[in-house]
Design a binder for this molecule. Structure first.
Ligand SMILES: *[C@@H]1O[C@H](CO)[C@@H](O)[C@H](O)[C@H]1NC(C)=O
Ligand SMILES: *[C@@H]1O[C@H](CO)[C@@H](O)[C@H](O)[C@H]1NC(C)=O
Ligand SMILES: *[C@@H]1O[C@H](CO)[C@@H](O)[C@H](O)[C@H]1NC(C)=O
Ligand SMILES: *[C@@H]1O[C@H](CO)[C@@H](O)[C@H](O)[C@H]1NC(C)=O
Ligand SMILES: *[C@@H]1O[C@H](CO)[C@@H](O)[C@H](O)[C@H]1NC(C)=O
Length: 811
């Protein structure tokens, strides 16, 4: 019924507009979309258009589908990509018994939809998803053909990338030749169901990249494709079909995935604000993503030089293209065992065997009794560890990755004992019980001989230290290179004063050189009251969390009294040293400031929304934002972070830690902290970055507001632009500046529940939607008490007291 009335409506619209440009979403038999009269189809809500176009500087004509509301012409599908029209004579028609044809001047078929079914009253309709479908007018929901089954170089939301076993049809995308020629290029992107589904980029018939198998949550080797608030994604594994798909969580967002002419998979997000596409993520993303770059039993790690090393208990012959071989050959008759390796991208599953009902014990038994089975692993980690994946033959395409997975690799009996590890490894068992607080953590230090190359953490099957202490699905293990004190002393020239970079909350930070690489060394002060716990927290958090806007922890040292953390070194030190320096702040023009705000927002979003752990930073401030040589911002100092189970949003703490000026009211007064306290600190940072002034210590002659109060007052009077740092030329970015200030103010609102979460912040910064009115900020009439976590204010015994007092004064 609905479809019929829609059909008549469409015909009516078509008839009404027949003299001018056609604006229907449908063509039926006897109607045409013709290039010479500039016809097009527009989907019902106007999201997509279909018509004729010429790409780039080409004069050839193609039928394509593009976003109708985006001024930058973005074609998502091309009908005749391999057979262009050379003039404007093209006509797209629907003919009985259900064929969609593109004809040229001499009525030769330039392109046709490959339709085998017949339809009595065929219709072609452009849907709001960007899908061009052919149906029978009487059965509009039954697509006898759809462009989503024949995509070109773009994988759109709602499309099914994969294989239909009933029809034998495979849906995949293929790159274009170049921007002037949409013809089929040399790269393709598939969802390959063989063994166990993974997605694959190929050049011709050779594999360039595999994501690793789907594990119920993500692809085993995907670093950046994680649960988020913009789109959902998944792999559907059924008897009749296997496909990979994604769907937007909000219709007003545009996202597309394309395969570039050089074979890079790119996920793009439309920014309403900059009116341009933002590159959201790419695959492959680094050298270690190259398919089987380290050969059999090799592991790739971008943080080591060279990238490739062998799994422990394997050896290379000096050439990684040949991979690694076992130190001790297997002997199935004598009874082999299994060693557990953690934190890796699972090997290629093309020839693996999957069973979703087996338990891990059954899996091990099945693998143990089959001499050709080389390894096993849980199949699905979405709900504990379920199912069974077994490998036969050499294991290839592994890399270090975070979050990574566990795999149990068959090993000769003699290799099962301890004493084989090549580098000391710290293993932290983190037990999250029933999603409440982190109840227990234990550190097991292994002191084995350190050799050059490897760092796989592993445990032999007996004894299993982990299983002895915790139920198997309630813990995760981490690894982190451990260094001894003498190495650190050498790297920092015995903590020489010349190498001191600064004094952090818990001790001094030094510059050092380790294995040719510049590093930052944080030495926890022995006198620090907060030492131990914060140290452990920091070790756990940072080792687990990897994101390009988070500072990377490279290793640690626990020896005697010493607690030392090793980080990547940031050439441009911390944001406060540049932002609040009258000369250096000129380096930060508006695009750079906006970039930094966005980077911090993304890093914080990652901390708050990582699918399994929720990390609250609790001490976000300008001096904790470090800048690398390209001025990319990275959040540092997780010393105060708390980890929670996924559904825990906040907690009460008796001890208030943090920095005055960045602390939210509910945290400073009541010790209540949550992700929204971090959002508050983020808001303060945004306003500081825009104004170039510190919130704490901000004074103006004419009133007694702090920076937040000042910003809010200007906002109320629609004078927000007056907040901007005087050295910043912003005239070409006015709407972006105004929006950023507005978002900053939304983040510092007094009422916790009014503050947006970080994913909304990221969207609000990059889209053009209407923002809610900001209510007044917390602390906005603060008489500023100049205290500081490292200052020497003799009137204040402890910063905790001062903060509370200053707040009460403020109210
Ligand atoms: C129409 O296409 C046919 C087949 O490709 C070609 O031979 C013919 O020259 C074309 N006619 C025009 C006018 O382009
Ligand atoms: C092409 O087909 C149209 C409609 O069927 C017809 O009017 C026209 O004469 C044909 N042109 C040629 C060159 O055959
Ligand atoms: C059209 O479909 C048939 C079978 O349905 C298939 O054999 C043929 O290769 C397809 N042609 C194109 C161009 O996809
Ligand atoms: C989608 O985004 C728009 C604009 O940002 C917002 O108004 C709307 O509430 C969102 N819809 C949903 C379902 O989140
Ligand atoms: C999976 O394993 C179970 C238990 O061993 C077995 O009964 C079942 O047939 C297996 N399924 C497949 C598809 O092999």
């Amino acid at each position: 019924m609905i479809s019929n009335s829609r059909f008549y409506l469409s015909v009516f619209v078509f008839t009404a507009c027949i003299s001018s440009t056609q604006t229907s979403d449908t063509i039926s038999a006897s109607q045409t979309v013709s290039d010479s009269s500039d016809d097009s189809l527009i989907s019902s809500t106007g999201a997509f258009a279909l018509g004729f176009f010429s790409p780039g500087s080409s004069k050839n004509r193609y039928v394509g589908i593009w976003y109708n509301k985006i001024e930058e012409k973005t074609v998502v599908w091309v009908a005749n990509r391999d057979n262009p029209l050379i003039d404007r004579s093209g006509r797209l028609i629907v003919v009985e018994p259900g064929r969609l044809l593109l004809l040229n001047a001499t009525n030769a078929t330039i392109w046709s939809a490959n339709i085998s079914t017949t339809a009595q009253a065929p219709l072609a309709r452009l849907l709001d998803t960007g899908n061009l479908v052919v149906t029978d007018a009487n059965d509009a929901n039954n697509f006898i053909w759809q462009s989503f089954d024949y995509p070109t170089d773009t994988f759109l939301p709602g499309m099914k990338l994969g294989r239909n076993f009933v029809t034998g049809h495979e849906t995949y995308i293929a790159s274009a030749k170049n921007s002037d020629d949409p013809a089929t290029g040399s790269f393709t992107y598939h969802c390959d169901p063989s063994g166990y589904p993974q997605t694959v980029i190929k050049e011709g018939s050779s594999v360039r990249f595999k994501t690793g198998p789907w594990n119920g949550v993500r692809f085993s080797g995907s670093q950046n494709l994680v649960k988020n608030t913009i789109f959902s994604f998944g792999v559907v594994i059924g008897k009749n079909e296997v496909y990979y798909h994604y769907n937007l969580l909000n219709d007003s967002v545009y996202m597309r995935f394309t395969l570039s002419e050089s074979g890079v998979g790119q996920r793009w997000l439309w920014s309403y604000l900059t009116r341009s596409w933002i590159l959201y993520l790419t695959i492959p993303s680094d050298n270690c993503d190259i398919y089987r770059v380290c050969g059999a039993y090799g592991v790739c790690n971008t943080k080591t030089t060279p990238d490739c090393s062998c799994l422990d208990n394997f050896e290379d012959g000096g050439d990684f293209s040949k991979g690694c071989t076992r130190r001790t050959p297997l002997n199935c008759q004598e009874g082999d065992g299994f060693l557990k390796y953690s934190g890796i991208k699972l090997p290629d599953t093309e020839h693996a065997l999957a069973n979703s009902t087996m338990s891990l014990q059954e899996c091990r038994a099945a693998c143990a009794t089959d001499c050709s089975c080389t390894a096993y692993a849980p199949l699905d980690i979405s709900n504990g560890e379920t199912g069974c994946l077994r490998w036969f033959g050499d294991l290839v395409d592994m890399r270090d990755i975070s979050p990574g997975q566990d795999i149990y690799i068959r090993m000769a009996k003699s290799e099962l004992g301890s004493g084989s590890r090549k580098r000391k490894t710290i293993v932290v068992a983190l037990s999250v019980v029933m999603g409440i607080l982190v109840l227990g953590l234990s550190m097991l230090l292994y002191s084995q001989k350190r050799k050059k190359q490897n760092h796989r953490q592993q445990e032999s099957e007996m004894p299993n230290y982990m299983d002895a202490q915790y139920p198997s699905e309630s813990h995760e293990e981490l690894e982190l290179p451990m260094y001894d004190l003498s190495t650190i002393i050498k790297a920092t020239d015995d903590f020489s004063g010349n190498n001191k970079l600064g004094e952090g909350g818990f001790g001094p930070v030094y510059k050092g050189v380790l294995e040719g690489q510049e590093i930052a060394v944080k030495r926890l002060s022995k006198t620090s009251l907060q030492g131990q716990n914060e140290f452990k927290n920091e070790v756990i958090c940072i080792a687990k969390l990897q994101h390009r806007n988070l500072v990377r922890l490279l290793g640690c040292c626990i020896q005697g009294e010493e607690r030392i953390l090793l980080y990547e070194y940031m050439t441009n030190k911390s944001l406060d040293l540049i932002l609040f320096d009258q000369v250096k702040k000129k380096m930060l023009d508006w695009p750079r400031r906006f970039y930094i705000i966005n980077g911090i927002a993304r890093g914080l979003m990652y901390l708050h929304q990582d699918s399994r752990l929720r990390v609250i930073h609790r001490d976000l401030k300008a001096s904790n934002i470090l800048l690398d040589s390209d001025m990319n911002p990275k959040i540092s100092d997780f010393g105060l972070a708390r980890t929670f189970g996924g559904n825990e949003t906040g907690a009460n703490t008796s001890r208030v830690v943090g920095t005055y000026g960045y602390m939210s009211p509910e945290y400073a007064v009541d010790g209540m902290f949550s992700v929204k306290s971090d959002v508050f600190s983020f808001g303060v940072l945004v306003l500081e970055i825009i104004s170039g002034k510190r919130n704490r210590g901000f004074t103006l002659i004419d009133h007694r507001h702090n920076l937040l109060g000042h910003a809010w007052m200007l906002y109320k009077e629609e004078r927000s632009l007056e907040l901007v740092d005087h050295c910043v030329e912003y005239s070409s970015y006015i709407s972006q500046v105004v929006r950023s200030i507005h978002v900053g103010l939304l983040c510092v609102q007094e009422q916790t529940e009014e503050r947006p979460n970080m994913s909304s912040v990221v969207l609000m910064l990059n889209n053009d939607g209407v923002l809610p009115e900001s209510k007044h900020p917390g602390f906005f009439t603060g008489r500023d008490v100049k205290t500081n976590e490292t200052s020497h204010n003799s009137n204040t015994a402890s910063s905790g007291n001062t903060m509370t007092i200053s707040l009460l004064e403020a109210r």
